[in-house]
Design a protein around this ligand. Structure first.
Ligand code: PHE
Length: 452
């Protein structure tokens, strides 16, 4: 496919909506609260926000820049920008592998969400105790085929949209669905903070206790920031290649990171007060949202209606993220392997379905298979967010800070000199020194389990 045939986003708002659609997803509403819960609350939140704005935004600008400059898929981008140093291609490969692994476990959780739309609509949670609600979750996720079915439905839905041309699908849906998700989240927050006993949850989220922070928690905060911003694994290279040359990369990145963080914090506000009010544990792991929120809906007027809408919107937020994950792979299949878009989509989705099925079953029939003490699902989650994405981000920082020249990066950030770019020196300093050092230290310390 020649570059002239590349179809990009139609407007800057479309680009922001699409990239925010990728960023805002299960990572914010499902993963963020349980990661905060497992790492002690407020102090973790402070470190998380620091990572998002100090490292996340400059790296996001850099990642979008790589794609926009190369006008290529994630592997092709490194081929174009580094024709002589082939070693950089391994960063492209790492990105593709990471996308594949993330998509396979992500689609399992997305499938749970679709199932929760159905369960909520049929009134399955109505009048149930917190213990019974937890039991429903455990029974469903360990079922030998239902989670696979829902995961498959999700993968198929994503594939249909991607074959049809992802830009239109993403741009359109994000513009409408993200504001609606925001409003519903706001309503949930209000309900949750007005529950009796809610203040404990607010304290947990906003009162930092830095004694709870160790190397592992810092590594998790970094992994969560990268995961939530869809950073360090080629997604933003791919989307960057669709962004118009006249769009401002700083503005685009700041808006995406702010929207993403706001939704994450709001889901913490919606969830923790309810966790404490219902006597549940904030550290209950990946099941947190699915076990806690039905209790909140039970305590609300028109709870069933809210529950259906919430899980439906959560499914859609997940969908705009899976579209971006699949697009990384499909863009590679189309541009590097010269497959038709439809064929690339079908092949990638079939692979994802097979791997996703293994992840889905790791809560039930395959739960006995553990590697380093982790089930397959947990392993994929940990491997990608805790290791592959930080490694990808570190390599990316070195690539944009040291491999690309000052002229090349300035030209891209300033849109060939038409923007003032007074922040340029600070940006370059961060990507050359602060980001690589911080990423390296955190990665090594976290992997060795060093507490600091
Ligand atoms: N950022 C998405 C979320 O928070 C997950 C994701 C990661 C999507 C990487 C695309 C690429 O849900």
């Amino acid at each position: 496919m020649g570059n002239s045939e590349r179809k990009g986003f139609a407007s800057s708002f479309g680009a922001i909506a699409a990239a925010a659609g990728s960023a805002i997803g299960l990572g914010n509403i499902w993963r963020f609260p349980y990661t905060v819960g497992a790492n002690g609350g407020g102090a973790f939140l402070c470190i998380y926000i620091l990572f998002v704005f100090l490292l996340g935004v400059p790296l996001m600008m850099g990642e979008l820049m790589v794609g926009r400059k190369a006008q290529k898929d994630v592997l092709g981008a490194y081929k174009v920008l580094s024709p002589t140093h082939k070693g950089w291609l391994s960063l492209g490969w790492l990105s593709l592998i990471t996308a594949f692994l993330i998509y396979s476990f992500y689609s399992v959780v997305a499938g749970w969400t679709v199932n929760y739309v159905v369960l909520s609509a049929s009134g399955r949670f109505m009048g149930e105790t917190p213990a019974a609600i937890s039991q429903i979750f455990a029974e469903f996720t360990s079922h030998p085929w239902i989670p696979v079915l829902y995961m498959g439905i999700f993968v198929a839905l994503t594939a249909i949209i991607v074959t049809k041309g992802v830009q239109k699908g993403i741009e359109k849906s994000c513009k409408v669905l993200m504001p609606v998700l925001f409003i519903l989240m706001f309503v949930l927050c209000i309900r949750s903070v007005t529950l009796p006993g809610a203040s404990k949850g607010i304290d947990f989220l906003f009162n930092p206790d830095f004694s709870k922070i160790n190397g592992g928690a810092i590594l998790s905060a970094l992994g969560q920031a990268l995961f939530s911003l869809s950073l360090g694994m080629g997604c933003l290279v791919t989307y960057g290649s669709y962004i118009r040359k006249q769009d401002n990369l700083l503005k685009t990145s700041v808006v995406i990171a702010s929207a993403d963080t706001l939704i994450a914090v709001m889901s913490g506000v919606a969830i923790f007060p309810a966790v404490f009010a219902f006597g549940l544990s904030p550290a209950s792991g990946p099941s947190l949202v699915y076990e806690v929120l039905p209790n909140v809906f039970n305590a609300m007027a028109f709870g069933t209606v809210f529950a259906v809408f919430f899980f439906l919107l959560l499914s859609i937020a997940a969908l705009t993220s899976t579209i971006s994950l699949l697009e990384i792979l499909v863009a590679w299949g189309v541009e590097e392997l010269h497959q038709s878009r439809t064929k690339a989509t079908i092949l990638c989705s079939t692979g994802i379905f097979l791997l996703g099925a293994v992840c889905a079953l790791s809560f039930g029939p395959l739960s006995h298979i553990t590697i380093c003490g982790l089930t397959i699902f947990d392993l994929f989650d940990k491997l990608t967010a805790t290791y592959f994405m930080p490694i990808g981000a570190l390599a990316l920082a070195v690539f944009i800070g040291w491999h690309l020249t000052k002229e090349e990066t300035f030209d891209e950030l300033s849109n060939s000199g038409s923007l003032k770019c007074s922040y340029y020196k600070a940006w370059r300093f961060i990507v050359r020194y602060i980001a690589p050092i911080a990423l390296f230290v955190v990665l090594v310390a976290g992997s060795l389990g060093i507490e600091f």
